[in-house]
Design a protein around this ligand. Structure first.
Ligand SMILES: [Zn+2]
Length: 406
């Protein structure tokens, strides 16, 4: 095998949050040495560049791409969605995101297209269908009686129907998702922004339903992630033992205390509300209800995330890309800094902590000997996250250069 040395870059250490000049040697799909004066068969000059572990986005949707006009999805042929997803996966990888957690929409075939090498893209954990109560965030029913495809798309043989009510239906549904290949179970424990008639301030599902959900998922060795915006929907998710709170718009002190006590992760998705308003600016026909709800939540969301960061809640980077166009993922680091993180803390959230959330910390998330050789080389200073997305020059995944520019 060829040993490649990335020479002279500022290597970011996601354990200490510091950076120092070093070489990184890669052989096969592993990091085999980190130090100075390393030799290899090939070398990549990283002088004047930062070297990071491959970034991990804990919340993306490949079946959407910032197109928030519901009619657009009505006119999209079913199978075209998969070809579109392939391009979005490649774009995400080229942006420096080497691993994602797919928060609803992609099925096992999408994941296998990547793992088999057919389509370039990040390593992927999939949740497939977003579980929602009747009338909840994932219910696509419209007043005319039709079901509108949305972020999560339509159900199909690889993607079970997602509406669940009551503990017994929940038990069966989790088993169906495990059967379909879900790596993680996604549930909406509150209303949301991009759905017509539910309210992000209302909690969804009751404790008996969430207890069954978590028990069935855990029995199959899986964790649960909760779209949780309302204060009581956040608390019921934490009480039930759900691993991560996605969005976390209406956190209060009690919820933050519960997260600290249970070790619950927070995935802020701060660029998502910005993405809704940016879509309006691009001329996308975003429904008025979504614009109104975005304006209602955008400031309180930032306030909540700032409180959680100050309190020391474990934060893993996640963007809800799909609400924003894919490939802009690293903007989220600047947003996290604007809510009180240091740049080093934001970089840790996007590498080591996200790896822990996904349970892949033995394999990814830090630049250490034995870890998977997923690496990002970016122009400029390692501890500067401003414009990081535009500074990405070379991306390695499994030890291979998968994107290079400039
Ligand atoms: Zn989402």
């Amino acid at each position: 095998m060829t040993r490649t040395v990335i020479r002279g870059g500022q290597v970011f250490d996601s354990l200490s949050g510091t950076a120092s000049i070093a070489d990184v040697a890669v052989d096969g799909n592993r990091i085999v040495a980190v130090g100075t004066g390393l030799d290899g068969d090939e070398s990549i000059d990283a002088t004047g560049h930062a070297v990071y572990p491959g970034f991990i986005d804990s919340h993306v949707h490949f079946m959407a791409d910032g197109d928030l006009d519901p009619l657009r999805s009505v006119y999209t042929p079913f199978s075209l969605n998969f070809y579109l997803a392939a391009e979005r996966m490649a774009r995400t990888l080229a942006a420096g995101i080497t691993t994602v957690r797919e928060a609803g929409g992609s099925d096992l075939g999408v994941k296998q297209a990547q793992t088999s090498g057919l389509v370039p893209g990040p390593h992927m954990q999939i949740s497939i269908s977003i579980l929602s109560q009747t009338g909840g965030h994932g219910d696509s029913w419209e007043p005319c009686g039709a079901h509108m495809p949305n972020v999560i798309g339509v159900e199909h043989p690889g993607k079970p129907h997602n509406i669940v009510d009551g503990p017994e239906e929940m038990r069966r549904k989790v088993r169906e998702l495990i059967r379909a290949g879900a790596d993680v179970i996604k549930v909406c424990t509150s209303g949301g922004v991009l759905s017509p008639r539910d309210d992000p301030r209302h909690g969804h599902f009751r404790d008996d339903e969430l207890d069954v959900l978590v028990a069935e998922a855990n029995a199959a060795g899986k964790w649960v992630m909760a779209h949780a915006q309302a204060t009581d929907g956040i608390k019921s998710a934490i009480r039930a033992g759900i691993r991560s709170i996605e969005h976390g718009i209406y956190l209060d002190e009690e919820a933050i205390g519960m997260m600290l006590e249970r070790g619950t992760y927070l995935v802020p998705t701060l660029i998502a509300p910005r993405g809704v308003l940016e879509a309006v600016d691009r001329g996308v026909a975003v429904p008025q209800y979504a614009i109104d709800k975005t304006k209602m939540v955008i400031d309180v969301h930032r306030h909540s995330i700032s409180l959680a960061i100050a309190a020391g809640v474990k934060v893993a980077m996640g963007t809800d890309s799909g609400v924003t166009p894919h490939g802009q993922n690293l903007r989220e680091l600047e947003e996290m800094v604007s809510c009180g993180m240091t740049p080093a803390e934001a970089l840790i959230a996007a590498t080591r902590t996200a790896a822990e959330l996904l349970g892949v910390e033995e394999d990814r998330g830090t630049i250490e000997v034995g870890k998977r050789a997923d690496l990002v080389i970016a122009a400029g200073e390692a501890l500067d996250v401003n414009g990081l997305g535009q500074r990405v020059r070379t991306v390695l995944q499994d030890g291979k250069v998968v994107a290079a520019s400039g």
